[in-house]
Design a protein around this ligand. Structure first.
Ligand code: SF4
Length: 336
């Protein structure tokens, strides 16, 4: 009897930390707990976090995703509506109050901190420069904390070189929380050279989770034949991880949402795979991807630990009387 040919060996360097951050965990918990406490439907404005798998899992539990508050039927105004982790412009809670809606704000506390930093700059008479990506919900939310014209968005070093302020002596900047640490440092350098009096936010705006995940990828990607980042195309922090892996020396780096997206016919000869997940990507998909590699390779997993995260953000008081069990979160965390 011919023996089946042995599977080729593959080392998976698995980044730690990876995946869900404290803000994403909290946002998902808020929807799950609201469903437990108030029953379905619970409305959610915008994808609660940028991940289809999470959104579909919550839909199965009874969440209804909308883009704007007017989509909530008149006879459902008593149902809770949750605002996403990315934050919302001030006009949104104001609109909710005007419509007599019951809202739960799942904005990540670290995004709220950036909102406060932007407002502080303005209170101190500064024009605010927001370093971030146009159209991202977090940027829309941060710009929407201040009146029209109070904030200028700076997306690139080219923007930083050409921006002309009314008064170079009264500028302050904040950043989106999920940017590339390296690119942002370059943009800030250009701005500081041009406007030495520009004031920084009181604290770092790029969040701990973004920084830690990028740092882990940077260390793990060196010499990898392929680097996979689990995440969605509209997830800013996941896309940044793909760029970081490439810059750090991975031969190739790809963003995948599920194992089914892996281009198996193109990656036959690899022996070292780097693997991470964006802050909105569930661990259950990381497991799915490792299992898919085990079917094709003789896999050994090396956990590459670069930081220990202990951050946890509690849900709002209104939901603290509801118990959250491991089973409630198994749809994203798995049961291992
Ligand atoms: S990536 Fe950072 S800012 Fe965004 S939800 Fe997570 S902890 Fe909050």
């Amino acid at each position: 009897m011919p023996q089946p040919s042995p599977k080729p060996p593959l080392t998976i360097r698995l980044c730690q930390p990876r995946g869900f951050c404290a803000g994403v965990n909290r946002a998902i918990q808020i929807v799950v707990l609201a469903l437990k406490k108030y029953g379905a439907p619970v409305y959610v404005r915008h994808e609660i976090v940028h991940n289809r798998y999470v959104v579909e899992g919550l839909q199965k539990l009874g969440a209804v995703f909308i883009e704007e508050l007017h989509e909530i039927p008149d006879d459902h105004h008593h149902c809770p509506v949750v605002f996403s982790a990315h934050g919302v412009p001030k006009s949104v809670p104001a609109d909710a109050v005007a419509r007599n809606l019951f809202y739960l704000d799942a904005t990540c506390p670290l995004v709220s901190k950036v909102h406060k930093q932007a407002m502080r700059h303005q209170r101190l008479g500064r024009h605010v420069l927001l370093i971030g990506h146009a159209g991202h919900p977090e940027v829309i939310g941060t710009m929407g904390q201040l009146p029209e014209g109070a904030v200028t968005l700076i997306e690139t070093e080219a923007d930083a070189k050409t921006f002309v302020p009314d008064d170079p002596a009264t500028l302050g900047f904040v950043t989106q929380t999920t940017l590339s640490v390296e690119d942002t440092a370059g943009i800030i350098r250009v701005l500081q050279e041009r406007f030495p009096e520009m004031q920084a936010a009181a604290a770092e705006s790029i969040c701990y989770a973004t920084t830690n995940r990028q740092e882990a990828v940077k260390e793990t990607a060196v010499g990898a034949d392929l680097f996979l980042v689990v995440g969605a195309p509209n997830s800013s922090n996941s896309r940044r991880l793909v760029e970081v892996a490439e810059r750090a020396g991975a031969a190739r780096s790809l963003l995948v949402q599920r194992a089914a997206e892996i281009p198996w016919d193109e990656i036959g000869g690899i022996s070292v795979l780097g693997l991470s997940a964006g802050a909105s990507a569930p661990e259950i998909i990381v497991d799915e991807i490792i299992d898919a590699f085990r079917e094709r390779f003789d896999v050994s997993v090396d956990l590459a630990v670069t930081a220990t995260e202990t951050e946890e953000f509690p849900v709002m008081r209104a939901l603290r009387d509801v118990e959250l069990t491991a089973a409630d979160m198994a749809f994203v965390n798995g049961t291992r």
